[in-house]
Design a protein around this ligand. Structure first.
Ligand code: ADP
Ligand code: ADP
Length: 232
């Protein structure tokens, strides 16, 4: 379970303060699939980065499976992140001169996972995203949708409980976006909790729970009757 209580985030640059999040409250249960929408600059990426422990927050309390994230030192943060969190980004972030197998292997090596276990996980994850036959191919030999599936396989290889996706379909045409969404739905059925930022109202509506970030605060439609008007 992920719980944010009155989280705030203030960016300070030169003389300018930006309140990216203010009094942000959210509870996410194990197994949920949440779509996050909201205007550009409203705080979606900041929220996701804080949830993934990539950025510190400036106030409030964040509990991840009962652990108070604010009390952890850098090593403990990295360990918790490695244990629980997987990321997917709009730009895929694959390394161009490594093949698919090697791309998925990089974070596993970094975590000190032994070579036979790495091989087992990589083959399983490539199978899961339907790219087992392409293990030796370079990213540029694949379509955008296939590249995103490799990035998803790379995240899955870490066996995350929480998969955080920032505009995962932002660079994809609508057919490929739908295929990536179907893959995320399958991963969610297999047990991972998913939080996905998206500008695509059609994809957002497919998610069982929609939340919207407006001016750094949360509007949670699961609390209201009726269909939300999705602002993107
Ligand atoms: P998106 O709106 O697609 O999430 P970004 O997260 O890249 O785009 O950026 C959101 C906003 O944050 C942009 O207006 C950008 O100018 C601003 N921003 C990002 N990084 C910085 C920074 N280091 N200093 C000031 N503003 C920043
Ligand atoms: P979104 O993802 O909804 O587009 P962001 O979380 O990227 O919004 O940004 C929220 C606010 O914080 C924006 O006003 C943005 O300009 C500001 N911001 C984001 N990153 C930085 C940064 N590194 N330094 C200063 N301001 C930032």
């Amino acid at each position: 379970m992920l719980e944010m209580n009155n989280i705030s985030k203030v960016y300070q640059s030169d003389m300018v303060q930006t309140h990216a999040l203010r009094e942000f409250n959210l509870s996410v249960n194990e197994g949920e699939f949440i779509a996050v929408t909201g205007p550009s600059g409203s705080g979606k990426t900041t929220f996701l980065n804080i949830a993934g422990m990539l950025e510190p927050y400036t106030g409030g309390q964040y509990l991840l499976d009962g652990t108070d994230v604010g009390k952890l030192n850098d090593n403990a943060l990295a360990e918790l992140r490695n244990q629980k969190i997987g990321f997917i980004f709009q730009g895929f972030n694959l390394i161009p001169d490594l093949n698919l197998y090697e791309n998925i292997e990089v974070p596993l090596r970094y975590r000190g996972i032994k070579s036979n276990e790495r091989k087992r996980r990589i083959e399983e994850c490539l199978e899961q995203v339907g790219l087992a036959a392409r293990a030796k191919h370079l990213p540029q030999q694949l379509s955008g949708g296939q590249q995103q599936r490799v990035a998803i396989a790379r995240a899955l290889a870490g066996k995350p409980r929480f998969l955080l996706a920032d505009e995962p379909t932002g660079n994809l045409d609508s057919l490929m976006a739908r295929q990536v969404m179907e893959l995320l739905e399958q991963i969610n059925r297999d047990g991972a909790t998913i939080i996905m930022v998206t500008h695509d109202p059609d994809l957002a509506r497919r998610a069982p729970r929609n939340i919207q970030v407006v001016d750094g605060q949360l509007a949670d439609f699961s609390l209201y009757q009726g269909a939300p008007e999705i602002i993107t």
